[in-house]
Ligand binder design. Structure first.
Ligand code: ADP
Length: 270
């Protein structure tokens, strides 16, 4: 990070000598700016569903003697409420990941379990989108971390892969050990991501235009959660994508020995 200095205090020591104390404001300013942006963006994102709910409530009032209409508006209120619930829980998750406190539940976690729960969590979404999710690759690998956080991260990639794919296509979720790194690779043959968006989609609330018109249900927080979750585990996320051809997101995490490799050693010591 660049160092930005400001004069904090100047003391005249003699007519020819002035002592000036500088301090680095960059980090503090940056954190403060990020916090302000986050609050502003969050309020903006919350206003949309809240506004929709109050309009729908008015619509229900004026359609009170038309039960069919009332049912339609009521179900749309339900959908907006679900969207609000999803948005708030994602905002909570993201701010927890960004806070510096320790992850809750760190242990050796099976990559098979992470992938299985991520895929299972989106089985209904896949079926209704007509997209097949195919698992493959290495089995029996372990990473150290919070299994819920990691499953959510992989799940967000799976959800996006399904959401931005045409029906009757397939999404691949593969696992590969590369030296002391494990790669969890999520591939789709969907709409792809323009080069100029590829860095920005990991920012909070950023959505590429193409996708916005296609699917308005997203929060724009999914990839930001993925990035922070993976970084908290000492890993990184890589992206390959071509518009019209598809995308591949790769989560890279440090590989650790699994519990069964640790257990026999303990036995011998007894
Ligand atoms: P959202 O809730 O909008 O999906 P994300 O943070 O998960 O938010 O993703 C940010 C944006 O990145 C999406 O709105 C979309 O434009 C783009 N994106 C993410 N994953 C994919 C993908 N697999 N294929 C194409 N575009 C994607």
């Amino acid at each position: 990070a660049e160092l930005r200095l400001v004069a904090a205090r100047a003391t005249v020591i003699s007519p020819r000598l002035v002592l000036v104390v500088f301090r680095d404001i960059t980090e503090r300013e940056r954190v403060e700016e990020m916090r302000r942006d986050f609050v502003a963006n969050t309020s903006h994102e919350l206003k949309t569903p809240v506004g929709a709910v109050s309009l729908l409530a008015e619509a229900i009032e004026s359609a009170a003697d038309d039960p069919a209409q009332v049912r339609i508006f009521a179900s749309r209120i339900g959908a907006e409420a679900a969207r609000l619930a999803n948005l708030t829980s994602r905002i909570m998750n993201l701010s927890r990941l960004q806070a510096s406190d320790e992850l809750d539940n760190v242990r050796e976690v099976s990559v098979d379990e992470i992938v299985a729960s991520a895929v299972d969590a989106h089985a209904i979404q896949a079926t209704s989108a007509g997209v097949e999710v195919i698992r493959g690759g290495d089995r029996g690998l372990y990473v150290r971390g919070d299994s819920q956080v990691l499953s959510e991260a992989v799940g967000n990639l799976v959800a996006n892969a399904i959401a931005y794919s045409p029906s009757a296509s397939s999404v691949g979720v593969g696992v590969k050990a590369e030296g002391d790194i494990v790669e969890i690779v999520v591939t789709d043959r969907g709409i792809g991501i323009a080069e100029e968006d590829q860095q920005r989609i990991f920012e909070r609330f950023y959505r590429a235009d193409q996708a916005r018109s296609r699917r308005t249900g997203g929060t724009g927080l999914g990839l930001s959660i993925v990035k922070h979750a993976v970084q908290r585990h000492g890993g990184e996320v890589r992206l390959w994508s071509r518009p019209g051809r598809g995308s591949t997101f790769t989560i890279r995490l440090p590989l650790v020995a699994g519990p069964e490799e640790i257990a026999p050693r303990k036995k011998r010591a007894r």
